[in-house]
Design a protein around this ligand. Structure first.
Ligand code: PLP
Length: 469
């Protein structure tokens, strides 16, 4: 054995202890770390020939990188839709690394990890109050979840023409109807060979909305003259967290032949709140659902799930089966995740979610979700009452979308946001909504409190005052 590896093995307890203490230091002071740092790393070092051992590598990491790591999993990182890691999820993530299982099948390989994943899927279905008629699995993010769902939808379209697209390629038009798809859905259409330009855009509800217009959807369906199509709907858009009307869509599904997909990457968690679960009413009738776990479930990146109706199992294996490996057997007799999703070898991705769901239960998630909704409404209310800021859209769930008051201030939005982010106390992201430059703040982190809201609103007002002087 290489000497450095041997000595690392001998000192494993000392090394892991150091890392544990460093982790505790980081996690217990995360609210004091800056949310952004101006730094560009241009240095690219060469591979060291002999190696330096883990202790020296840790020192080097701590010199070069650790001080400039930002608190993106802390309480005031409100850009994009950024979660964090609960204590239990960190335990699960560490153990997933330590046990280093290759999560594939449930029989014949002595591998409990796929069973853990299936159990975690069940826990998630319970959390979301979804029926057990969905088959689910873990992928790296909502992008790959939608990719997985839409791959099966693509195969479904083929079947309506008696074609097998997975085997023979796409030979018929794949119609996609959607109103306000997330950019990752469009990326998935590119990857799937459907083509990102081949979207049929449906209008949104008139006025200040991002949700699909049902009358316009009906018009677009009529124009297809009975051709099958895929309907991509939103369970929470990223700008204003608008929800398509799932009850109306479910009624259309009883009359027309289409695959119904819901991107509920973070909006699916509305189901944990008694006051907001109505936003998802009838979502269980969809064919497939995308949910991110590294957002509102607050488990480390990379974690998301897909839910696809079990009745589409054959289409799913046709899309993903690793068919030239005869030792893996018939995909329907011998369950193996590699026949149901993009990856073959994969880590025990479900373990952080399993730990967090088991540790905190439904009540724990209800409190995280309801707290985030409360935080969004607190900041939203401060903005609504302010003479300097205005909301660009009502607060529907956990995001706020706002701008500076007055047409003449539109030129100043970007510099205001830069100044705010440069404080390092908070991070928000720019947007463009309703023909206006705006700013988004999204609340999905378990640590955020009212103190954070007050602190940030003070910073916002301070910047306005200093620029008007
Ligand atoms: C974040 C997000 C995505 C993409 O998720 P990744 O985890 O970054 O792949 C897709 N849809 C919605 C609605 C999102 O919020």
């Amino acid at each position: 054995m290489n000497k450095l590896i041997q000595s690392d093995l001998n000192d494993l307890d000392i090394i892991l202890d150091k890392v544990k203490n460093q982790g505790i230091d980081y996690l217990s002071s995360i609210d004091k770390r800056p949310t952004s740092i101006k730094f560009i790393n241009q240095e690219k070092r060469k591979l060291n020939n002999a190696g330096i051992g883990t202790d020296a590598a840790l020192k080097l990491f701590n010199e070069r990188f650790e001080p400039i790591i930002v608190s993106s999993s802390g309480p005031r990182f409100w850009g994009y839709v950024t979660g964090g890691s609960t204590p239990a999820s960190i335990v699960g993530d560490w153990l997933a690394t330590i046990y280093d299982q290759n999560t594939q099948g449930i029989t014949g390989q002595g591998d409990i990890s796929a069973n853990i994943e299936l159990e975690t899927i069940n826990l998630l279905l319970d959390l979301f109050e979804l029926p057990k008629t969905f088959l689910g699995g873990f992928v790296t993010g909502a992008t790959m979840s939608s990719f997985t769902c839409l791959a099966v939808a693509r195969q479904w379209i083929g079947k309506t023409y008696n074609k097998d697209f997975a085997k023979n390629g796409i030979t018929e038009k794949v119609n996609i109807l959607t109103a306000t798809p997330h950019s990752s859905v469009i990326k998935s259409l590119s990857l799937l060979g459907i083509g990102s330009n081949n979207i049929i855009k449906v209008k949104t509800i008139e006025g200040n909305r991002e949700a699909i217009s049902i009358p316009n959807l009906e018009t677009k369906i009529k124009e297809l003259n009975g051709q099958p199509f895929i309907l991509v709907t939103s369970g929470g858009t990223v700008n204003t967290v608008d929800f398509d009307n799932f009850t109306a869509i479910n009624k259309l599904k009883q009359k027309h032949n289409f695959w119904w997909h819901i991107d509920a990457a973070f909006g699916g968690f509305a189901s944990c709140s008694n006051s907001h679960k109505h936003l998802l009413k009838d979502w269980e009738h969809s064919d497939s659902i995308t949910i991110d776990c590294h957002k509102w479930l607050n488990v480390p990146y990379e974690s998301a799930v897909f839910f696809i109706k079990e009745e589409h199992k054959v289409l799913q294996t046709e899309s993903f089966q690793n068919s030239n490996a005869p030792y893996l057997g018939n995909p329907l007799d011998n369950f193996n995740y590699l026949n149901f999703l993009p990856e073959n070898s994969r880590r025990l991705k479900a373990l952080p979610a399993w730990f967090s769901l088991t540790a905190y239960g439904k009540e724990g998630y209800k409190s995280i979700v309801e707290n985030c909704i409360l935080m969004a409404n607190l900041l939203g209310e401060k903005i609504r009452k302010s003479a300097d800021f205005e909301l660009l859209a009502p607060v529907i769930l956990n995001n706020i979308c706002f701008t500076l008051c007055g047409e003449e201030s539109q030129d100043k939005v970007q510099s205001f946001l830069s100044k705010l982010n440069d404080t390092g106390k908070v991070f928000m992201t720019p947007t463009f909504y309703n023909n206006k430059k705006g700013i988004r703040a999204s609340f999905v982190n378990w640590r955020t409190t009212e103190k954070d809201i007050d602190l940030v609103f003070n910073e916002m007002n301070g910047i306005i005052q200093s620029t008007s002087e």
